[in-house]
Structure formats: C-alpha cells, structure tokens
Design a binder for this molecule. Structure first.
Ligand code: GLN
Length: 490
C-alpha cells in the first residue's frame, strides 16, 4: 500500500485499527525516498536508520498501551535552518556545511515531543533567501509536478518532500512567503502562523522581525495538528507571544456561516495569470455558497509592501549574517599571509553565495548613516501603514482571500530576472510585515500545475484561517493532490 500518499490523521486511523505499524509506515516513506529522491532532491541530510529505530520504539510504546497523540510515529522533515544535535544544520550554505548545532531548536523539540519521527533536513535557498531553492549550496530541488520546474522557495525542499510522498509533514519557515509560495507551486498546504506564535529559538535567523516557522502538509487538518504541537510561548525567544494556544482542530467542522471574507482588488493585479484569477474567483463563489459573506476591501499601502520588504529584510540580513565570520563556527578559510580580518574576508568571500552577498551589501547600504532616513526609516513607516491597512480591514472581515502567487511554477531554463522574481513576492510579504497569519492551499489546476489560494487572518486569528481553509477543502474536495511528473516518471 502507498502509505506515503496518506495524511497524518488518515495514517493514525490505520494504526489505531491495527492495519499498519509505525515501522511499516516509516519503511514505506523511506522506500519512497529511495525511489524518487534522485529526481526530486528534497533532502540535504537524512537519518533513515535513526528513523527506523524510533519507529520500532513507537510500535513498542503503542503495544505497551501508552497514549499516543495524533502525530505520534508520523515521519516528518525539518527545513535545514532548524537546529538539532543529531545531524548538521547548514541553511544550505557552504559556510555552515560542517556545522552541527550544540543544541536543539524549541520548535524541533516540540514537534519531536509530539512523537514524530524525523527523516532528515530539507533543501532550501541559502539562508532562506530566494523563491526557487536555486540558491542552495547543494543544488536545486525539482518540483514533483513537472520536469525542470522549480518547487518554489525558500522552503522548496519541504514542500517537494510532502508533495512527492517523501515526508508526511514538513516544517518550513516564512519570512516573505517561503512557506506559502512553495506550497502553492507544489500543490500542498502551507501555513504561516502569526508572528510570535511559534518559537524561533534555534532557527537560523534570516530577518528576525519577519521570520516565522510553520507546517507544510497534505491537508488543512494536518496543518492544524502540527500547530497544536508547535505553537506556544517560549521564554528563550524574546519575540515569542505569551498568549493562550487554542486547539486549532476544535472548529474544523465546515461551518463558516456568517463569516465575512474581504477580497482586496490590490491582490488581483493585471500581472496575475488569468487562470489563477479564475480559480480563486470560483473558490470565493464556493465559500459564498457555504454561507460566507463576501465583500470588496482595499489595502492601499500593499503596493509599497514589497519595496519596504526588500529594504527591511536585507537590512536585518546584513546584521544576522555578520556573525558568520569564521571565528566561532562554520567553515574557516585560513590565509597564510594575513591577519584575522583577512581570514574573515576570505571566509565570507568563499563561504557565502551570490544572493546572500548581494543582500548583505544592499542591507549594509540601507543602514549606513546617509541612507538610513531615506530608505530604512521610510520602509519602517510603510510597514506601519501596511499593518494599519490590515487592522482597518480586519475590523470588518474575518479573513482576506486572494491568490498566493501571480503565476504557477516556472521553469529552471526560463528563469525570471531578479526583479521579476522579487515582484512575484507581491502577494506574500504584506502578511509578514504586518505579523499576521496566512495559509496557502490548492484551489485547482491550471495548465497541469497546481494553483494556490491564500487566506489571510488578523494576528492571533490563526484558528479562524484554518477553519475557513478546512471548509473550502471539504466543499471543493481539492486536497492531497498527487503530482503528475513523479507519478508519470521518466
Ligand atoms: N522570496 C522571498 C525572499 O527571497 C521570501 C524569503 C523567505 O520567506 N524566506 O526574500
């Protein structure tokens, strides 16, 4: 049986019915990895033996009558920026290619405490900078939906792993769309929780004020189950929100009667692929049929959001990457005739990729005294406006809905220029700037490729967003899509 195709909750039902064991499940996913990983390249490190040993333990625990939670014994993957002591955490950068963390990230501890079995770390754009995984030091990941198609990024490996059946669930991170965009491109569900809901302690920082860890899964229920495991206050993370954690699955019942959905015209620009527009409009109609009230809203500052994002994020990147200097950890370039500064220059010159370097240079420029006011301070003001826009709209509506991306996945051989690539983040960065929550879930297929719909919610309305997404998934029947390229093979 192709167990790798099932969701965590479906698998748990099979376990409970004694149809399968945790060992069979883990072995099934590992077999799938062995069959398709050469084509997909979702992983940069795997711990298959460790996973099988843990699965055997899980079987014993179950046999001994231990209570098992909904994610117990479920094989998962972690993005390569989440620290753990059992394998390297490199952020897919040459400079950290020899680095194994001396401690474990809180989010990793939490997902492991739920009983999940980690299979390995997934590929990503270097330090999470990018939208395609092409900036990874280890080479790109392939989208399971089409030969030479990008899986999106930066959590491209995480989304491709779930789509291809190489993990039942993945954890990714999202600074400006890096969970939602790859989820959309690979036809899976990706959830960026409210800023501060999931601890960032032990997760390599790209942009501290925007980064957020979240799940990538085959359906909304699995996302909610993962949120139950990973959300919550962490005193080790100074930006962690000390708020109660709801049961994210409690209201997944399909009832959205009377809920109000705002549709912003700014999220349907002329550059939007007409096929995507059509699918999202059909989805809105379906939600209306389920009892939601649809109204037009406006987020006027959102047209400046991307510019603000591409000033604030490199500024913070330049600070975060400054700690990688070859002194405390990472790959050091020794120089024969030179001092410590020459060593640092050589280490960074060789250890960091082009994309990272260009963002560090740009960010340093924005933070220098002459540019601080015209760029960085102005961007912070725009950020406030973006946040205020959302706050105003969320006084009237429960959720905002639009497309996740302007296009479907693009081809490695027809790669957009850097400006177009950044413009593609248009519909994504706003939620990060505002610190809100947002999910991307499949809402149809266009030209043989999956299309993502984005449901955005106010800060700490994560549960509402999941409820809306679940209703759409149930009503449309669009869930757990199987990718065409990997299935068709070649
Ligand atoms: N594409 C965005 C960027 O390159 C998103 C990055 C992210 O969310 N980590 O900045």
């Amino acid at each position: 049986m192709d167990l790798f195709r099932l969701t965590a909750h479906e698998l748990q039902d099979k376990i409970k019915a004694k149809e399968i064991s945790y060992t069979e499940l883990t072995q099934n996913v590992i077999d799938r990895m062995d069959t398709v990983e050469d084509q997909v390249h979702a992983y940069v490190n795997t711990v298959k033996e460790q996973a099988l040993a843990e699965a055997a333990k899980a079987d014993k625990a179950l046999a001994a009558g231990e209570t098992v939670g909904p994610l117990f014994g479920i094989p998962i993957s972690l993005k390569d920026n989440m620290s753990s002591t059992d394998m390297p955490t490199t952020s897919c950068s040459r400079i950290l290619s020899n680095f194994t963390a001396p401690y474990t990230a809180t989010v990793v501890e939490k997902i492991r405490n739920a009983g999940t079995i980690v299979l390995g770390k997934t590929n990503m754009d270097e330090f999470a900078m990018g939208s395609s995984t092409i900036t990874s030091y280890y080479g790109p990941t392939q989208n399971p939906w089409g030969k030479d198609l990008v899986p999106g990024g930066s959590s491209g490996g995480a989304a491709a792993a779930v789509s291809a059946g190489e993990a039942i669930l993945s954890l990714g991170s999202d600074t400006g769309g890096s969970i939602r965009q790859p989820a959309a491109f690979c036809g899976v569900v990706g959830f960026k929780p409210t800023y501060g809901m999931v601890s960032r302690y032990g997760v390599h920082a790209m942009t501290c004020s925007l980064d957020q860890v979240g799940p990538i899964a085959k359906d909304v229920m699995d996302c909610a189950l993962a949120m139950n495991a990973i959300a919550g206050y962490d005193k080790k993370d100074s930006t962690s929100a000390n708020v109660p954690v709801p049961d994210y699955t409690a209201n997944l019942n399909g009832d959205i009667k009377g809920m109000r959905i705002g549709v912003p015209s700014e999220y349907f620009p002329s550059k939007l692929h007409p096929g995507i527009k059509e699918k999202v409009e059909a989805a809105l109609k379906l939600l209306e049929d389920q009892g939601a009230i649809i109204e037009e809203v406006s987020l006027p500052a959102s047209k400046y959001a991307l510019s603000a994002y591409y000033i604030i994020s490199p500024a913070e990147i330049s600070l975060n990457i400054s700690r990688l200097d070859g002194v405390s950890y990472g790959v050091r370039e020794d120089v024969i005739d030179g001092d410590v500064y020459d060593m640092m220059v050589a280490t960074r010159a060789k250890g960091l990729g082009k994309e990272v370097k260009s963002r560090v240079i740009l960010g340093t420029h924005f933070l220098c005294i002459e540019q601080l006011k015209p760029y960085y301070h102005k961007a912070l003001k725009v950020r406030t406006l973006v946040k205020q826009d959302f706050e105003e709209v969320f006084k009237k509506v429960d959720c905002i809905i639009g497309p996740t991306t302007l296009t479907t996945s693009f081809n490695f051989n027809n790669f957009p220029d850097p400006l177009t690539l950044r413009q593609n983040d248009l519909l994504l960065a706003g939620s990060n700037l505002a610190g809100n929550c947002a999910i991307s879930l499949p809402c149809g297929i266009v030209d043989g490729l999956p299309v993502g719909m984005q449901i955005m919610g106010n800060a700490f309305d994560d549960e509402k967003v999941l409820r809306m997404a679940y209703c759409f998934e149930q009503a449309s029947g669009i869930k757990n899509l199987q990718p065409s390229f990997i299935e068709g093979g070649e």
